[in-house]
Every structure is written in structure tokens, then in C-alpha cells.
Design a protein around this ligand. Structure first.
Ligand SMILES: Nc1ncnc2c1ncn2[C@@H]1O[C@H](COP(=O)(O)OP(=O)(O)OP(=O)(O)O)[C@@H](O)[C@H]1O
Length: 294
């Protein structure tokens, strides 16, 4: 069964085409990051997926059901921004409401409170919550029913480093327990820490990228005699680039050894080697280069 199956989905606001003939199939648990610049349509995509706003054309099925079937929400949760919270209710009252909706026990409520770590302010009014506390409550609300599919719109907003670490740990645990998570975020270094599966959204289209497939490793070598080393590399047809202070080459499985053997064979001392691996940020810059340099 597909957790998400989208076929030829389009959505526009008046004349602005935000989602343009998108198809996507996700079958297995894991974390997918939904990435794109401001205003590209990430929230629209999540809202259409959960039928909060209507699509223009196409079909969507979630956890094996048509997305407009209300039974979907037994197994699908959507963490939106904190404007969905009620300032005059406590965290407990929010959770109790959702528990009653799903017919869940008070024990489950307390389990989630403990899991998310919001015991200290459970009975305070949400109007007095900080941004991070609201994010914790939103997360608790969205995982209380143990969803098969969890959609998260900017869950890292307003989190201090320790809350971000906690959030990351919780997401990884949920994914390991069999939840499929779609995570919209601008925080590319956080994304790198939780997943290598990215969905880039651009010009109404999506592109699925496994960052591992695109990962490039570079080595920067500082040597005692750079001129002699680069002459040697050139004579032996090795590819490299150089700056004033180092020689740089792209690594494949066995080239680091080859480069080092060649250089040391001619008694050129290697003073330093630094490894650099491309990240989602590099891919993002590459993917959205036109927008970045505009
Ligand atoms: N209700 C609406 N009516 C008209 N246009 C809208 C509406 N909602 C969003 N838009 C437009 O659709 C585009 C996509 O908006 P959306 O909020 O989905 O982007 P986003 O990628 O989530 O942005 P951000 O990263 O800033 O949250 C934007 O140009 C926005 O102005």
C-alpha cells in the first residue's frame, strides 16, 4: 500500500499556478524533507494533500484511502503553524480534546506529554506559551494517535538548540517505528541530520533527490612543495584544482590513496589533508541557482 499516492495534481490561485501536474508515490516509512524558497507552494502542497484546500485536478490517496475521506485522519496527522492553537485553553485541554476524538486513554495522553517533555507547562494557558512550547504541544497533538503518515510544516520554527535536538531525536524514533514523515523546513543543516531524502519544489514541479546519490567528497591537500606536487599530478594526468594554499581534488573510492602514494613517492611532505562533503545546502544552491543569483 502507498502511504502517499499523488497523480497529476494541479492547484492554482487565480492565475498563479502553484502546483503543476505533480505526481508522487511514497511507499515506505522514513523522513522526506519538502524544500523550496519562500512562497514556492510548500504549505499549499500540504494543505491540498490534507484536503484543507481543494485541488483543481488530479487524485490524491493517503494511507490507501482517497484524501477527502475523513477516515484518513485516524492515520494521518498534520502539524500546521501555531495559529491553530487556542490561547484561552491549556495544553492539557487541547490534548484531551484530540484524545476524545480518537478515543484514546488518559494514559496515552500522559505518555505523549512525557515523550515530548511538556509536563511542566501542561496546565498553563497556551496564550502564555513560548514559541518553542507551542511547537512541543503541536508535536504532541500530531503524534498522539500514532499516525502512519505525519505531515509537518516548519516544525523547527522557534526551537532552541536543545528543543531542536529533542525534535530531531523524536522524528528519527517515529520514522524508525514505521511512520512516514514529510517535513517542510528551511533549516537545511537540520534536514541533513534527519534524512537524505529531499523533495525539491520549484516552478510548481517536484523533484525527488536522494542526497547520498549526489554526495561529492573533496580533499584539500597542503603540501611542502606545491609546485612540484602539481607538476607531478599534471604529468600523470590526475585531475585537480589549486589555490594559493592547497591542492583540491574530487574523491572517488580509491583516489585519495593514489594521490597520496604519488605525492609521497617523490618525497613531497603532506602537511595537512581536509575532507569536505557536499550537503543539502550545496544541492539546494545548485537546484535553485537561478533564484539565488537573480
Ligand atoms: N489563499 C491564497 N490565495 C491566493 N494566493 C495564495 C494563497 N495562499 C498562498 N498563496 C500564494 O501561493 C504561493 C505559495 O504559497 P505557500 O504559502 O504555499 O508557499 P510556501 O512555500 O509555504 O512559503 P513559505 O516558505 O514562505 O511558508 C505564494 O505566492 C502565495 O502568495
Amino acid at each position: 500500500m502507498s502511504v502517499i499516492s499523488i497523480k497529476n495534481l494541479s492547484k492554482s490561485y487565480k492565475k498563479q499556478n502553484v502546483l503543476d501536474d505533480i505526481s508522487l508515490h511514497i511507499e515506505s516509512p522514513g523522513i522526506w524533507a519538502l524544500v523550496g524558497p519562500n512562497g514556492v507552494g510548500k504549505t499549499t502542497f500540504l494543505n491540498v494533500l490534507t484536503n484543507l484546500i481543494p485541488l483543481d485536478s488530479g487524485t490524491i490517496s493517503l494511507v490507501g484511502m482517497k484524501h477527502s475521506n475523513f477516515k484518513v485522519f485516524k492515520q494521518v496527522s498534520y502539524l500546521q503553524d501555531n495559529s491553530v492553537l487556542y490561547h484561552y485553553l491549556t495544553g492539557y485541554e487541547h490534548l484531551k480534546f484530540i484524545c476524545d476524538m480518537h478515543n484514546l486513554s488518559k494514559q496515552r495522553l500522559l505518555e505523549v506529554v512525557d515523550y515530548v517533555g511538556m509536563g511542566d507547562y501542561l496546565h498553563k494557558l497556551v496564550g502564555n506559551y513560548s514559541l518553542g512550547m507551542k511547537q512541543h504541544l503541536l508535536l504532541a497533538l500530531s503524534i498522539i494517535n500514532k499516525p502512519t503518515l505525519l505531515l509537518l510544516d516548519e516544525p523547527l520554527n522557534g526551537l532552541d538548540p536543545s528543543s531542536a535536538i529533542l525534535m530531531r531525536r523524536l522524528l528519527l524514533e517515529l520514522a524508525a517505528d514505521g511512520t512516514t514523515i514529510i517535513l517542510s523546513s528551511h533549516n537545511l543543516s537540520e534536514i541533513d541530520r534527519v534524512t537524505n531524502q529531499i523533495i525539491f519544489l520549484k516552478d510548481g514541479k517536484i523533484t525527488e533527490v536522494h542526497t547520498k546519490d549526489h554526495e561529492l567528497t573533496y580533499y584539500h591537500l597542503q603540501v611542502a612543495d606545491q609546485k612540484k606536487a602539481t607538476d607531478l599530478l599534471t604529468e600523470n594526468h590526475y585531475e585537480f584544482s589549486e589555490s594559493e594554499s592547497c591542492i583540491t581534488f574530487r574523491a572517488t573510492k580509491n583516489t585519495l590513496n593514489e594521490y597520496i602514494s604519488l605525492i609521497t613517492k617523490y618525497r613531497i611532505m603532506i602537511q595537512d589533508i581536509q575532507k569536505e562533503t557536499t550537503s543539502t545546502e550545496d544541492l539546494y544552491n545548485d537546484f535553485f541557482r537561478r533564484e539565488v543569483t537573480k
